[in-house]
Design a protein around this ligand. Sequence first.
Ligand code: HEC
Length: 95
Amino acid sequence: MKKAIFVALMFVLSPLAMAKEPAKLAVCAACHGKDGVGTQGKYPNLAGQKKEYLVTTLTAFKEGKRDNAEMKPMAAMLSPADIEELATYFSGIKK
Ligand code: HEC
């Protein structure tokens, strides 16, 4: 009986967990992976990175203080709310 309740809870909770995925995640996933692990050697892992660092460096790319031909256009289209959401998502992934 307890097991049935547990299984039922998993079904109720899993869509909630998925709903936490940031709106712009699909864009980043091509290079950094949906799970925050880079899809090629030149793409850094983001999983488990410090949230504060992710916010700082994404803002730096956006403002042109940190320059990279691939990342700059990505960061340019992010709003501060997107940056916050993505930083929370990637920092929350357990390595
Ligand atoms: C076309 C491939 C590509 C896409 C798409 C992309 N990135 Fe990147 N990203 C890179 C590369 C390459 C670097 C390394 C840049 C450098 O050397 O300065 C990088 C670096 C970063 C860093 C800094 C990592 C570190 O350790 O300093 C963050 C944070 C980041 N990307 C977040 C994102 C987010 C969030 C998105 C989605 C909005 C995204 N990236 C989309 C290629 C990409």
